[in-house]
Design a protein around this ligand. Structure first.
Ligand SMILES: [Zn+2]
Length: 557
C-alpha cells in the first residue's frame, strides 16, 4: 500500500461524457466506497444503427470491487439518467438521489425498461446537504434547459469537489429559480479542491442568454399564425413548453401534446408543479378535432428528424389524424445536433411542401442553449477559484478548449487535467496525479437487448461498403475447385454484376485460389480467408469501398 491508498485519498474515474456529448457517468471513490454521478445514454448519429441508444460500458463498476453508496443525478436529461435502468439491474440496492422532477423522469425510465427492481429513490433539494459513505453532498441550484437542475459540491477527505452538472447562468429563468451565484462564491471562499465543469458550449463566445428571451418571439409567432401552431422541442424542455403554453393561453389556444414522450413530460410537469395551468389547458388530440385550427397549439417531439416521431409523421403527411396545411406554422425550437442536419433539412422541406411556414434557427432566434458559453464558464471558474480543474461533458476538442480557458483564467497548467473516458485522477491531501485507467466504452442497446460490437460493425460495413458473396464448389474426392468462384454483389458496384470490376475481381480471386495447395474443403479457413482478403483488397484499391465479404463454399461428390 502506497500513499495513494490511504483513507484520505480520493479517485475520480470517468466512465462516460469525457470524449463525447452524452453518456455522462463519473465515479468518485474513497477507501473502497464509491459514488456515481449521473448515468446517461447517447443517441447514435448513424440511423442505420436502428432505434438503439448507446449506454456506457458498466463492467468496470462490478469489477472494481467498490461498494456503491449512491447514484446522484444532476438533472432529468436522457444523457444523464437514461442508462439508470441498466445500472440498477447490476446494483439493485443502490439508492438513487435527485431532485423531485429528476426522480419523476428517472422513475419513469426505470418503469419503461421493465427493470424488476424496487429502486430506492431519495429526493434531494438545494441547500440540504446529505451524507453518503465518506462523502457529504450539497446540491446547488443551477439553470439549464430542464427545471430543478443542480450542481454538486461534494465534500471529500481530499477536499471539496464541485461537479457542475449541465448549467448556464440564466439571469431571468422562466421558473424564477435563479442560478445560485452566492453559493458558488461561498464555496470559492471556503476553498474548492477540484472543479469539474460542463464544456458543451465552450466554442461559443459571450453568454448563452436567457430562456425567457424567447417568450416575445414565440408570442409574435403564435399571434401571426392563422391556423395551427406547432412547436417541436425536446420533451424534457419544460421551460419551453411552459412558455409556449403561456402565450397560447393568452391567445385562446388549447395545447395538445403529441406522442407518448411529450404527453408523459407534460404530465410529469403538471404533477411536479413545473407546469401549473388551469384544467383544460392541455387537451387530447381527439378533443382538438372539434376546435377551430387557430384555437390549437401542438407540442411535437422529433425536432432532430427522428423518423418515428410525431413531427416526422406530420412532415410525411402520414399522421393518422393530423395534416399540416397552408396557414399552419411549425417551429423547430432546438439546436440541429450535428449528424442530424440532413434528416432535419428533409423534414423542413416536406413541411414547406405541405404549405406550412417553418421557423428554425437559421431564420429566427427560436432556440436558446441550456449550456454555458465562454463568459459563463469563465465566471464559474472565477466564482469557485478551484485549485484543480478537469473539463467534463464534451468531445475532445471541447475539453481541450475548456482546459485552455481555465489556464487563461489563471489556473496553473500543471493543475489542469484533460481526462478522457477510462482515465482517472487521484487526489491525496497534497498531491494530484493520473491514476490507473478503468475499462470504459459504449455498448448499443436496442429493444431491451444489448447489441454486440461485432453486429454493429457488420451493419456499418454493410451500409458503407455493400456486400459481396463468392460462391464456389470443391470436389470431395479430389479437393480441388470444380466450379466458381462466382460473385454476386449488393450495394457495391452498379449494374447486374457483369461490370469490369466484377470480372477483374473474379479473375484475381481465381488466380489466388489456384495457388492454394489441395486438398481444399468447405470448412477450410485457408480458403475462406483467401476469398475475404482478396476481394476486400481488390475493392478497396479499385473503388475505395470495403465490402462485407461472404464466402460460400459447397462440397460436391
Ligand atoms: Zn442537460
Amino acid at each position: 500500500m502506497g500513499a495513494g491508498n490511504t483513507a484520505s485519498t480520493v479517485r475520480i474515474v470517468a466512465l462516460g461524457g469525457l470524449g463525447e456529448i452524452g453518456l455522462n457517468l463519473m465515479v468518485l471513490e474513497c477507501a473502497g466506497r464509491a459514488l456515481v454521478v449521473d448515468c446517461g445514454v447517447m443517441f447514435p448519429e448513424e440511423r442505420l444503427l436502428g432505434n438503439g441508444v448507446y449506454i456506457p460500458e458498466l463492467s468496470w463498476l462490478a469489477e472494481s470491487g467498490l461498494a456503491f453508496d449512491a447514484v446522484v443525478l444532476t438533472h432529468a436529461h436522457e444523457d444523464h439518467i437514461g442508462a439508470l435502468p441498466r445500472l440498477l439491474r447490476r446494483f439493485p440496492k443502490v439508492p438513487v438521489y435527485g431532485t423531485e422532477l429528476t426522480l419523476a423522469f428517472a422513475r419513469r425510465r426505470v418503469e419503461d425498461a421493465g427493470t424488476a427492481v424496487a429502486a430506492d429513490f431519495r429526493s434531494i433539494a438545494p441547500g440540504h446537504p446529505f451524507k453518503t459513505g465518506p462523502f457529504e453532498i450539497e446540491p446547488i441550484r443551477v439553470t439549464h434547459s430542464t427545471p430543478e437542475s443542480v450542481a454538486l459540491a461534494i465534500r471529500t477527505p481530499a477536499g471539496t469537489i464541485v461537479h457542475t452538472g449541465d448549467f448556464k447562468i440564466d439571469e431571468a429563468p422562466v421558473d424564477g429559480e435563479r442560478f445560485d451565484t452566492a453559493r458558488f462564491a461561498a464555496l470559492g471562499e471556503e476553498g474548492v479542491r477540484l472543479l469539474l465543469s460542463d464544456s458543451t458550449n465552450v466554442e461559443r463566445e459571450g453568454r448563452s442568454g436567457s430562456e425567457s428571451s424567447l417568450k416575445p418571439i414565440l408570442r409574435s409567432l403564435v399571434a401571426r399564425t392563422r391556423k395551427r401552431f406547432f412547436l417541436s422541442a425536446f420533451s424534457s424542455h419544460l421551460h419551453r413548453i411552459r412558455q409556449v403554453t403561456e402565450v397560447s393561453r393568452e391567445m385562446g389556444r388549447r395545447v395538445v401534446p403529441l406522442g407518448r414522450r411529450m404527453a408523459e413530460s407534460v404530465r410529469l410537469g403538471m404533477e411536479t408543479g413545473q407546469l401549473s395551468f388551469p384544467p383544460g389547458t392541455f387537451i387530447e388530440p381527439e378533443e382538438a378535432e372539434f376546435l377551430e385550427p387557430h384555437r390549437v397549439t401542438y407540442l411535437a417531439s422529433g425536432s432532430q428528424g427522428e423518423p418515428l416521431s410525431a413531427l416526422a409523421r406530420l412532415a410525411a403527411d402520414s399522421h393518422p389524424r393530423l395534416h399540416v396545411e397552408p396557414g399552419d406554422t411549425v417551429v423547430l425550437s432546438s439546436r440541429f445536433i450535428p449528424g442530424n442536419e440532413r434528416m432535419i433539412n428533409t423534414l423542413v422541406n416536406h413541411l414547406y411542401k405541405l404549405g406550412a411556414e417553418v421557423i428554425y434557427g437559421a431564420v429566427a432566434p427560436v432556440h436558446v442553449s441550456g449550456h454555458a458559453s465562454r463568459d459563463e464558464l469563465a465566471e464559474m471558474i472565477r466564482l469557485t477559484r478551484p485549485q484543480l480543474f478537469v473539463p467534463i461533458h464534451g468531445e475532445y476538442r471541447h475539453l481541450s478548449r475548456h482546459l485552455a480557458l481555465a489556464i487563461e483564467a489563471g489556473i496553473p497548467e500543471r493543475n489542469c487535467f484533460l481526462l478522457e473516458d477510462g482515465d482517472s485522477l487521484v487526489l491525496t491531501a497534497s498531491d494530484a496525479y493520473r491514476g490507473r485507467p478503468a475499462t470504459a466504452g459504449r455498448v448499443l442497446f436496442e429493444g431491451g437487448e444489448l447489441e454486440d460490437a461485432a453486429l454493429i460493425d457488420e451493419r456499418k460495413t454493410l451500409a458503407h461498403g455493400g456486400t459481396i458473396v463468392a460462391v464456389l464448389a470443391v470436389s470431395m474426392s479430389t479437393g480441388t475447385i470444380i466450379a466458381g468462384p462466382d460473385l454476386v454483389s449488393r450495394g457495391l458496384v452498379s449494374g447486374d454484376g457483369t461490370s469490369a470490376h466484377m470480372r477483374a475481381a473474379r479473375e484475381e480471386l481465381r488466380a489466388r485460389l489456384a495457388a492454394l495447395e489441395p486438398p481444399l474443403r468447405a470448412g477450410d479457413m485457408r480458403l475462406k480467408d483467401e476469398v475475404v482478403r482478396t476481394l476486400r483488397r481488390y475493392f478497396i484499391d479499385a473503388v475505395g469501398k470495403r465490402p462485407f465479404v461472404i464466402p460460400h463454399v459447397m462440397e460436391v461428390p
